[in-house]
Design a protein around this ligand. Structure first.
Ligand SMILES: [Zn+2]
Length: 490
């Protein structure tokens, strides 16, 4: 730094240049075409303070050059600098032969772009760096080999480093905010790759993807000792494949046969000894049945049609919450739960129709659940005409209640139920009756009351906020439903 601009103190650009190496924003072509040679013809006389015309092409527009300077470098070359109105500084560095070897633009926010020419092997390096330190860098050799690397900050505060070799191999490493490697992937030009991922539960997944799409995946728990999942995928003719998942002892715990169109049939052995059979028809559409070791269904068939994966998982968990005896009863009766995107989407024949017991003007598009006895199907929808439903758990219990009523051959029609229900209705004030009109309507009221009290005693009614209300308003009905459900074989 022995050489600075001629008028020290007036060249603020030079001061920052000396403190922190900084440079310009010329075109990449400027270096590769060799047009960026020193107008002075190889001299190292840049210390006279006069800007060298041509070394830093003037930009048009408002960001004019305010100040130019030049300094000698220890290697005999020199560096020309132009400070722009915006505060950006363009720098071109020449070697002692007058060959431009570096263009750089530094911006006030610390971002910069830089092109460097190696005069020995004629390789060119281009680097763009952002204010936050993220960068991308590309190297081009004279014989056309390209390599690159980049560093990108992720939304979680961590970052991803990527490098691409001349052989097309891409190495990617992602770290979290604490600097811990969460993902390391090494991908070859033929798209085969290996990847090690750290999962949120501190287990790791190692994936070895072959060129033909087959792979081996190994899951290792957080202690690093036991391998808990091992997946193999054999690609078959026509694009289908089979995937086996084995536990640490080598037992197959999951088996998937994928068809050429992407649909698949999968059986999964559950920890409780049951087996889930999953028939994936297409995206967002499948049916699922869980059977015991004798092959008997232990719960209702679950069908998904148009609902998101998240919603389907949520509703399946809601169904799982039902008592085992209830699930078995539903399974034996042939009942089905249909998890729908929208009710009408899953059952187009309902379009524009009014659900029984609902106000004139309302349609199936407005409700999040319904039971269809002729199909023995309880439908729970993700969306209604007023948006996403958040009443899935209550809807599962209420529509499940209708399915239970059906499976038990309609106890809601029994004299005992009628007596209990009539007693509760008789005790209601006119205001309560008005509020409870859906459950006390002449046609279908008892069926609704059975479903809603069943829901209440199994976790909550369709509207969770009405829990206390239901419990207080239907004490006799609830007693009866409890008693009847206790008679269901456990
Ligand atoms: Zn109902």
């Amino acid at each position: 730094m022995e050489s600075t601009g001629p008028k020290k103190g007036t060249t603020s650009g030079d001061v920052s240049f000396n403190e922190k190496p900084v440079y310009p924003n010329q075109q990449y072509a400027g270096l590769s075409t060799g047009t960026m040679t020193d107008a002075g013809g190889g001299g190292s006389d840049g210390v006279d303070g006069k800007a060298k015309k041509g070394a830093t092409p003037d930009h048009s527009g408002p960001d004019e050059v305010m100040l130019r300077s030049s300094k000698k470098n220890t290697d005999g070359g020199h560096t020309d600098s132009s400070t722009r109105m915006s505060g950006s500084i363009d720098t071109t560095t020449f070697d002692k032969s007058g060959q431009a070897i570096k263009n750089r633009t530094d911006n006030p926010d610390k971002s910069f772009s830089e092109q460097t020419l190696d005069p020995k092997d004629h390789s060119v390096k281009v680097r763009e760096q952002k204010a936050n330190g993220d960068f991308s860098e590309t190297n081009l050799t004279q014989d056309g080999k390209v390599t690159s690397k980049s560093h990108v900050t992720n939304p979680d505060g961590g970052f991803t480093d990527t490098s691409v070799g001349a052989d097309g191999k891409t190495e990617t490493t992602t770290r979290n905010k604490a600097g811990l490697v969460t993902d390391r992937k090494s991908e070859n030009a033929d798209h085969s790759y290996t990847e090690r991922k750290l999962n949120p539960d501190n287990s790791t997944t190692f994936h070895d993807q072959k060129k033909d799409g087959s792979y081996v995946e190994t899951l290792t728990d957080k202690n690093g000792t036991s391998t808990t999942v091992h997946t193999v995928n054999d690609i078959k003719d026509g694009g289908g494949s089979t995937t086996e998942t084995t536990d640490p002892s080598g037992n197959v715990v999951r088996d998937r046969v994928t068809r050429a169109d992407g649909s698949y049939f999968e059986t999964t052995k559950n920890k409780d000894g049951t087996t889930t059979q999953h028939d994936q028809k297409k995206n967002l559409e499948y049916s699922e049945t869980t059977v015991n070791d004798k092959g008997e269904r232990v719960g209702p068939v679950v069908e998904v049609k148009g609902a998101s994966e998240d919603f389907a998982e949520k509703v399946k968990a809601d169904i799982a919450q039902l008592p085992a005896s209830t699930k078995k009863l539903l399974a034996d009766s042939g009942a089905k739960f249909l998890i729908a995107g929208t009710l009408v989407g899953a059952m187009p024949e309902l379009e524009g129709k009014r659900p029984p017991g609902h106000p004139v003007g309302s349609t199936y598009a407005d409700i999040e659940g319904s039971y269809f006895p002729e199909k023995r199907t309880a439908v729970v929808a993700e969306y209604t005409s007023s948006g996403p439903s958040n009443r899935d758990a209550g809807a599962v219990r209420h529509e499940g209640g209708h399915a239970v009523d059906h499976a038990l051959d309609y106890p809601s029609n029994s004299p005992e139920f009628k007596a209990a229900y009539d007693k509760d209705v008789a005790a209601m004030s006119p205001e309560t009756k008005l509020r409870e009109q859906y459950l006390v309507q002449a046609k279908g009221g008892r069926s609704e009351a059975f479903a809603e009290t069943f829901a209440a005693i199994n976790g909550g009614p369709a509207n969770q906020s009405q829990m206390d209300q239901i419990m207080q308003t239907y004490p006799n009905t609830i007693d009866y439903v409890r008693k009847r459900m206790n008679e269901v074989p456990q």
